[in-house]
Design a protein around this ligand. Structure first.
Ligand SMILES: [Zn+2]
Length: 245
């Protein structure tokens, strides 16, 4: 059941979503943000869901469906994996996704991606995948991926809509606007392919220092913020093959 608060929010900050068609003659890259056990698999860690969650399940299903289509077409995929050194906590979050643990692995439905030639995996110890792609020598794995593949559009899915997805999208849009990501034009966020965590107010009140994080509400806000920065928000994604002459 959708709460009246969500309807109120959607009335105050409505999001115009689009039906996005991916043309096969325009190179599109799929970016998977942190679809890993530590954020998605029930009981996998401090930041994983405690019980099955329909928004997260939908996100995984939609991401897997798109990943299979992109692999069939041999289109580029970049998968971010949150991965932290045990001695470097990421404030304000509790310890999570420590490198080498199963928390810091793709969810079972996506593990096959590790063997696909069109897939780049980037382990990052940073909320923002753009910043987290920076190497010691100053180069950036994400920027290089866009340029090497001559990507003109990015389709983004993953978790959390209002945290890692939003930060990545905002940085990417700023970088695009500054000419760092040529030939990238469009940054698309697929709403059904994104999810966020659920920490209702009555639960957060009993956790010292925790901020309430109602799931549907924050998912909507995340999409709205991404839209405000210039992303396209897609309610559905389809593919269009060019006509053979
Ligand atoms: Zn993290």
């Amino acid at each position: 059941m959708v709460s009246p608060g969500i309807d109120l929010l959607k009335g105050e900050i409505p999001i115009e979503q689009e039906s996005v068609v991916l043309h096969e003659d325009v190179v599109t890259g799929l970016v998977l943000v942190d679809i890993i056990n530590g954020f998605c698999t029930v009981g996998a860690g401090k930041m994983a869901p405690r019980e099955p969650n329909s928004q997260i399940s939908r996100m995984i299903n939609e991401s897997e469906r798109l990943a299979r289509l992109f692999c069939e077409k041999k289109w580029p995929i970049l998968a971010f994996i949150d991965s932290h050194h045990p001695d470097k906590p990421e404030v304000p979050y509790p310890p999570h996704c420590i490198a080498g643990t199963d928390e810091s692995n793709l969810v079972p439905a996506l593990q096959w991606l590790e063997n696909e030639p069109n897939v780049t995996i980037r382990r990052k110890d940073c909320i923002d995948g753009y910043l987290g792609s920076t190497e010691d020598d100053g180069s950036n794995v994400f920027v290089d991926w866009v340029k090497k593949n001559q990507i003109k559009a990015i389709l983004t899915v993953g978790i959390c809509t209002d945290v890692c997805v939003l930060d990545f999208v905002c940085s990417t849009l700023s970088a695009r606007n500054h000419g760092f990501l040529t030939p990238l034009e469009d940054v698309v966020v697929y709403s059904r392919g994104c999810a966020t965590f659920d920490l209702p107010l009555h639960v957060a009140r009993n956790i010292k220092g925790a901020l309430a994080h109602p799931q549907e509400f924050m998912h909507h806000v995340g999409l709205y913020m991404a839209k405000g920065r210039g992303a396209k928000i897609a309610s559905e994604v389809s593919f269009h093959a060019p006509k053979k002459p």
